[in-house]
Write a protein that binds this ligand. Structure first.
Ligand code: FPP
Length: 255
């Protein structure tokens, strides 16, 4: 018997790994730094953007895998505030991906009760990118299943600085006292509010760093790294990451 509430599809890779997971210890929120697209493409003699295109195709596969085991939030780091430094052609290409992804995939996402969300700054994004994302958000607003959260034009230090500025202003305006600023209160000033903090962070492509991604929110997340580039990251590897997560003892600084 398949122990998960949302199992669908019978031929996905890694079914066995998925079945072996403890249904009562599925990470509520999984965040992914989808790295290695460029190198994956270049190794194959393809332009870097071909890697981003293959990476985009992998988004649905991993979303469905996460959904199938009962993950509630999947955050994907799609574009950072630092990625604007890349060549204009590459940035333009990345900005157009939502225009291809959402029209192509939205029906299936809706059919699977997935809700789209964005974490990042709207300012600076092209109108067409925003519209594609906003249309998907609107179309899925009534859904109650997995939240597929795109971190788009997102940077954690900027997010925290903006939160600090707002909280300082609220204190000046008499809305709260400095001594009332605790972790829960500060979290409300972050772009991720009201999402839960990630339980598991996956980074592909062998890089062992956080790259300005959810620095506050990842304080107690379990980290899992793989040498595989994002375009070649499979459902099977995703379930393996969750298996490893289930073997970890989360102590939050206690014993
Ligand atoms: C990092 O790999 C990846 C990105 C900057 C872009 C990730 C975006 C996607 C996978 C598509 C997202 C889809 C939608 C619909 C928004 P890199 O190219 O920096 O890898 P490298 O280190 O090999 O150069």
């Amino acid at each position: 018997m398949i122990p998960f509430k949302k199992w669908f599809g019978s031929n996905t890779e890694g079914e066995e790994a998925a079945r072996s997971l403890a249904a009562d210890n599925i990470p509520n929120h999984v965040a992914v730094i989808m790295d290695g697209n460029g190198r994956w493409a270049q190794k194959r003699g393809l332009p870097r953007v071909a890697g981003h295109h293959s990476g985009m195709k992998n988004v649905k596969k991993i979303t469905m895998a996460a959904n199938s085991i009962g993950v509630n939030v999947l955050t994907l780091y799609a574009f950072s505030t630092e990625n604007w430094k890349r060549p204009k052609e590459e940035v333009d290409y990345l900005m157009k991906l939502p225009l291809e992804f959402f029209p192509k995939e939205i029906d299936e996402l809706v059919a699977n009760n997935v809700r789209i969300r964005m974490t990042g700054w709207q300012e600076g994004l092209p109108e067409y990118t925003l519209k594609a994302v906003q249309d998907a958000i609107d179309r899925t607003a009534g859904n109650t299943g997995l939240i597929l959260n795109f971190a788009l034009n997102y940077g954690s230090r900027k997010e925290m600085l903006r939160g600090i500025q707002q909280i300082a202003q609220d204190a000046l305006d008499g809305k709260l006292k400095p001594e009332e600023i605790d972790e829960a209160r500060f979290s409300k000033y972050l772009l991720t509010d009201p999402l839960p903090e990630p339980d598991l962070l996956i980074r592909t492509s062998g890089e062992l760093r956080i790259s300005n991604f959810m620095l506050w929110q990842l304080a107690y997340s379990e980290l899992w790294f793989t040498e595989l580039a994002w375009p070649e990251f499979t459902e099977e590897r995703f379930y393996e990451a969750v298996q490893e997560y289930q073997r970890r003892a989360r102590r939050y600084g206690g014993l």
